[in-house]
Write a protein that binds this ligand. Sequence first.
Ligand code: 2P0
Length: 358
Amino acid sequence: MQTVSTCEATANIAVVKYWGKRDEKLVLPTNSSLSFTMDEQLKTRTTVMFSEKFSHDEFWLNGAKADLKSGEFAERMVQLQLVREMAGIKTKAKAVSLNCFPTSAGFASSAAGFAALACAASKAAGLNLDARELSILARRGSGSACRSVLGGFVEWKKGDRADGNDSYAQQIASHTHWTELRNVIAVVEAGRKKISSRAGMKQTVATSGLFEARLKGLPQTVEAMKKAVLAKDFPRFAELAMRESSNMHAVMLDTWPPIAYLNDHSKEIMNSVMELNSGGAVAGYTFDAGPNAHIYTLEKDVSKVRRKLGEIPGVKEVIVCKVGAGPKFLMDEKEHLVDSDGNVREHSFSKGKGIVIS
Ligand code: 2P0
């Protein structure tokens, strides 16, 4: 038996954040979250091949073969193993993944990566999973990935069950709902973050006294945010996004030892956005587990936001994203990252050339 599938999935940027687990192994969150899936500028392409020819699993990331004994790839192996169990097969797999992000490590690629792996691996194994099943599978790799199996505006419902079968993402509105919305990403630091989200959120749950107050307020924030997005009420949306981002960063700082992901450039961006908004809402920032800003704005105001960011020397790169449609399967054999004999093809991504496969 030899089967192959290739999928591209894109990152998502939350406006109500996931920060805290109630179950580490099953990746179950302490709260529901909301995000927009981004367009193809922030995508990962992943090919998975199952073949009787393979004697062991292999994982390739950005052109390099991974050392599967290092803990770094454990979650990907969990996903592959879950797929095999669901499909009732023992066949070994080759998974080849390429991050096609404009910057090296400026922001999370894990959501796109684990969503693409869940889609490609399940299809290659002959499974025909629905959105809920795919979301649960992606979640086991990385929590935020469960939101990237869908396009548009997405809610990850935290669920209450101990087995996690009610903790998955659902689309609230498709990418065609609010076509004017943009995410202007201001990259101030492209390096890897010092504390992983996984370690950081565990520490927050264990030590932050403010965390309980955050959890108490979040169900109301989720409802208010859904209402604002469905009504395309930009001023309300922008305020809610900024306050929610600050709320998460407040519990990070309240963690012991403290976690400070924002730097001086981030704070300068926050001040600049507040200045921009002095005559009415133009933009709303949100920050993930790092100092780079995601500034939601409307198409008509992108140039205003860009100009303002141009005044901040710490901003190294600006990327303007639309809301994306979600994962897509690539059926053309030439686009697979392995050839029909199961060899990894030479492949690379650069901003100028895009994906090059030889
Ligand atoms: C989010 N983040 O909602 C929040 C905002 C970071 C800050 O989801 O441990 O990489 O693999 O489930 O998914 C990052 O967390 O963590 C994240 P794991 P993940 O987007």
